[in-house]
Design a protein around this ligand. Structure first.
Ligand SMILES: C[S@@+](CC[C@H](N)C(=O)[O-])C[C@H]1O[C@@H](n2cnc3c(N)ncnc32)[C@H](O)[C@@H]1O
Length: 198
């Protein structure tokens, strides 16, 4: 079957180029933040799977000079670091006990390199989500916020169930900037607010 052309994909791609973001994924975060009003000036944020860096640019602008954004990825950023940004190159699965300070917000847009085998790719995505959640348990401030990208499939329901035990409000949201035809995955974001950890 011939793949339908996703015109929104082209328009987000062009917009990102025009606005100097290295990736179109910034518009997903922008849409999430416009809907749920999550990022505040002065926030201290961990951005998991941050490369090439468009979420970091957006977050650093929103938190301002008094805030800070720490990004982690296994590959390098494609943006210059601003004063309120820091980058750690590494695998999120190995960084659970690495953070001394606590974050107001932890966001994960991390995605595995895909194999095309659906259950394998869903499992790899879930593994990244679980690693992010391990960091949340260690390093998110009480009442903090967690945003996590998920490929729906086996294990997702249990993951969501666990998150619901840790936060007061958990919503699933699929921004319109998510590519419609590019993957076979149903991809969405979990927006978890008010971390219950004392
Ligand atoms: C969709 S991209 C993120 C785009 C980013 N939010 C932006 O706006 O520029 C997903 C990222 O997850 C990263 N990633 C995959 N596995 C990872 C891991 N184990 N640890 C850290 N980052 C990982 C990839 O290298 C990739 O850069």
């Amino acid at each position: 079957m011939k793949r339908q052309k996703d015109t929104r994909q082209d328009s987000y791609f062009k917009k990102a180029k025009e606005e100097n973001y290295p990736a179109r994924s910034v518009y997903k975060l922008q849409e999430i933040n416009k809907k749920y009003r999550l990022v505040k000036p002065g926030d201290f944020i961990l951005d998991i799977g941050c490369a090439p860096g468009s979420w970091m640019i957006y977050l650093s602008e929103k938190v301002g000079r008094k805030g800070k954004v720490i990004g982690v990825d296994i590959v390098d950023l494609k943006i210059p670091l601003k004063e309120n940004m820091k980058f750690i190159k590494g695998d999120i699965k190995e960084l659970v006990n690495n953070f001394e300070e606590k974050f107001d917000m932890i966001v994960s847009d991390a995605a595995p390199g895909t194999s095309g085998v659906h259950f394998v790719d869903v499992a790899k995505s879930l593994e990244l989500g679980k690693a992010a959640l391990d960091i949340v348990k260690q390093s998110l401030k009480p009442r903090g916020i967690f945003i996590c990208k998920i490929f729906e499939g086996e294990g997702t329901a249990e993951f969501l169930k666990e998150i619901k035990t840790l936060f007061i409000s958990v919503k699933s949201f699929r921004p319109s900037a998510v590519r419609k035809y590019s993957r076979e995955f149903y991809l969405f974001y979990l927006i978890a607010k008010v971390f219950k950890n004392e």
